[in-house]
Design a protein around this ligand. Structure first.
Ligand code: ISE
Length: 348
């Protein structure tokens, strides 16, 4: 980061030969983390403003980083002193804010979900297409994790032959208050949907959600764990154990089984004890710890892409739309107990 203050007029399409002035919208847990990242770590970026529905929080975070407190997120998007925005507000606000950012021509890094339904995500896809260039990156940070990148390269090299199965485990220690059974799909499995598409390079065509016996540690009424089975265009199967009240830590693992071999990521190093008696030294406490380096890389590559005029370097609005469509089908399957097919329609 640096503190250059040159204000040459420009457009996002031309790129920036000075630091990118970024506003973070939504400074809850994740937004504050991103604000700190931009203020202290990301090169070529300068945090200039923050905005949150909670006015006191906006003021406190703005004071902490010595930046402007903008209480209206739309005003922050339209502010001439703001080049680009990070959206970390609750999911239901994303559609409106992303469309406003597209209208204002401001490069945007939007935390997942892109929007809360396939229909509204498709609207964003169409709006960006009408603009004729990519301006919105979606915050699927696992694509920037070194192990996922390695596994993707291995699959792409075809060294192990055709992928047949991905076995995924996604475990969280506890859930925040009001975490619903649907949120296991919409908030957690959404990452597995994106990494399956990223690793295999194809779309998901159907999803079935099973409801195994509940853990006694889940809050009343929460269906935890769940077991998800996804089918892909090529016939590969992706299964996900999603279990969000393990009590003992954060585990995210993927095993690839291909025609001539298998490979696993997310195991940690050395002896790892998986119990409440201890973490054995290899299990992260939460996703901020497990994916900290991936978030750092995601932000650096996004800022570099925006400054170069490329707009994005990572998952775009189509990826956000595909994830929303698969998750909506997953929620339908959770409710009905049936296998639900996914039809994305023509790629925009
Ligand atoms: C959370 O919102 C995340 O995005 C984490 O990566 C995921 O592991 C967790 O289950 C979600 O609740």
């Amino acid at each position: 980061m640096s503190t250059a203050t040159q204000t040459t007029p420009h457009t996002a399409r031309e790129g920036y030969d000075r630091d990118l002035r970024v506003a973070v919208l939504g400074v809850g847990m994740m937004g504050q983390d991103h604000a700190r990242r931009l203020a202290q770590l990301t090169k070529g970026a300068r945090l200039v403003a923050v905005s949150d529905v909670d006015g006191a929080r906006t003021d406190a975070v703005a004071a902490e980083f010595g930046v402007r407190a903008l209480h209206d997120p739309v005003a922050a998007i339209e502010d001439p002193e703001v080049d680009a925005v990070v959206i970390a507000t609750p999911g239901f606000t994303h559609e409106d804010l992303v469309l406003k950012a597209l209208h204002a021509g401001k490069p945007t890094l939007c935390e997942k979900p892109l929007t809360t339904s396939p229909e509204t995500s498709r609207k964003v896809v169409e709006a960006e297409r009408a603009l004729g260039r990519q301006l919105v990156q979606v915050g699927f940070m696992r694509r920037f994790d070194a192990e996922y990148e390695q596994l993707r390269s291995l699959i792409a090299s075809q060294e192990l032959g055709r992928p047949l199965f991905l076995h995924c485990a996604h475990r969280n220690a506890t859930t925040p208050p009001n975490f619903s059974s649907e949120m296991l799909i919409l908030d957690s499995v959404v990452h597995e949907v994106d990494v399956a598409r990223f690793l295999l390079g194809e779309e998901i065509t159907a999803i079935t959600v099973f409801k195994p016996g509940r853990t006694s540690h889940a809050p009343e009424g929460l269906q935890d764990p769940q077991f998800v089975l996804m089918e892909t265009e090529s016939g590969a199967l992706v299964d996900v154990e999603i279990f969000v009240n393990t009590t003992f830590g954060y585990e995210v693992r993927t095993e690839l089984v291909a025609e001539r071999g298998s490979a696993r990521i997310g195991l940690g190093v050395g002896l790892v004890e998986h119990s409440s008696a201890g973490w054995g030294g290899g299990i992260a406490a939460d996703f901020k710890e497990r994916f900290g380096a991936a978030y750092d890389a995601e932000f650096q590559r996004w800022v570099d892409a925006v400054r170069s005029g490329a707009g994005i370097d990572g998952p775009g609005v189509w990826d956000g739309y595909a994830a929303a469509a698969v998750c909506a089908a997953g929620v339908e399957s959770l409710r009905t107990g049936r296998r639900v097919e996914v039809d994305l329609g023509a790629r925009a």
